[in-house]
Design a protein around this ligand. Structure first.
Ligand SMILES: [Zn+2]
Length: 85
């Protein structure tokens, strides 16, 4: 019987959490860290099995629903509206 690998690289993967976080991140560059700081590295195995992953890091988060506006994006639209889309 061959051993089945459930997840190729999840075993020793390092993840990132903050003191108050209720989820973990796969990258220290996640935009969620901008407000919190105090990033801690941990092996994913140190977390609970049901500890949720950050939606931005997992890709579930939709940038289009971002509550804050990007001034740069708005500026770009004004520069060349006909080129958008
Ligand atoms: Zn994240």
């Amino acid at each position: 019987m061959a051993q089945k690998e459930t997840s190729a690289s999840a075993k020793d993967e390092t993840v990132f959490v903050t003191v108050r976080s209720d989820c973990f991140h796969t990258t220290p560059n996640c935009s969620s860290f901008n407000q919190t700081g105090n990033i801690q590295e941990k092996p994913v195995t140190a977390l609970r099995d049901d500890f949720p992953i950050c939606k931005r890091c997992s890709g579930e988060y939709e940038p289009s629903s971002t509550p804050y506006k990007s001034p740069l994006r708005k500026q770009l639209e004004q520069l060349d509206p006909d080129d958008v889309g």
